[in-house]
Design a binder for this molecule. Structure first.
Ligand SMILES: CC(C)(COP(=O)(O)OP(=O)(O)OC[C@H]1O[C@@H](n2cnc3c(N)ncnc32)[C@H](O)[C@@H]1OP(=O)(O)O)[C@@H](O)C(=O)NCCC(=O)NCCS
Length: 177
């Protein structure tokens, strides 16, 4: 599992975390690493399609990474993963979710806005490799009474989009926490 995670990290995130970093995530009770795997043939190793990670810090969910393999984008996997992270945060009783996204990363920003994230600030020249700004996004509604309904709606949307691309969400989703 770990080699595939590292390989997808290098491909999508430029090698954000080391092997030791991921091992820490696997071992931490405050961290959820959720992944989408596909196994067509039981004799062949499952393929990692995407992953998301969150840290539970006091009452906050910090979404630290999210990536979908380039070959499988625009099919609903990003939505499925973000739904899974927010569902997990909700299940943990967390009240808010936050993340940082590079200012020129419009696909990711579109995705986060669909899930109720709103910009509350910027960190100038935050990303060392590009010099890009980080936009800080928050969703403060995880503890509100209507959030479970929103989660269900997002699940249905992601599920329908994956189904139209001939994927089935439930068997794909594996939780490692
Ligand atoms: C951001 C990312 C996870 C989206 O994954 P995905 O599987 O393509 O996402 P989905 O198919 O579920 O798309 C969900 C929504 O995101 C937005 N979106 C995704 N790709 C987009 C693009 N290229 N242009 C504009 N909007 C886009 C759309 O609103 C889309 O909804 P729609 O298909 O109904 O229009 C993926 O592009 C990725 O891995 N990027 C590289 C890593 C990264 O930037 N991670 C985020 C770091 S903060």
């Amino acid at each position: 599992m770990l080699p595939q995670v590292l390989s997808l990290d290098r491909l999508c995130l430029g090698g954000l975390w080391s092997e030791a970093g991921y091992r820490r995530e696997f071992d931490s009770p405050n961290s959820d690493l959720l992944a989408l795997w596909y196994q067509e043939d039981p004799m062949v190793q499952a393929q990692l399609l995407g992953f998301v990670c969150l840290w539970a810090i006091v009452e906050e969910a910090h979404i630290t990474l999210l990536a979908v393999h380039p070959r499988y984008r625009r099919q609903g996997m990003g939505q499925a993963l973000l739904w899974a992270a927010l569902q997990s945060a909700h299940d943990r009783g967390l009240e808010r979710a936050t993340l940082e996204v590079e200012a020129d990363n419009l696909p990711a920003q579109q995705l986060y806005k669909k899930f109720g994230f709103r910009e509350i600030g910027r960190r100038r020249n935050y990303y060392p490799k590009t010099g890009g700004d980080a936009i800080i996004l928050w969703n403060n509604r995880l503890h509100k009474p209507d959030f479970a309904t929103l989660l269900e709606k997002w699940y249905q949307t992601a599920d329908a989009q994956l189904a139209s691309a001939a994927w089935q969400l439930t068997p794909l989703l594996h939780k490692r926490s």
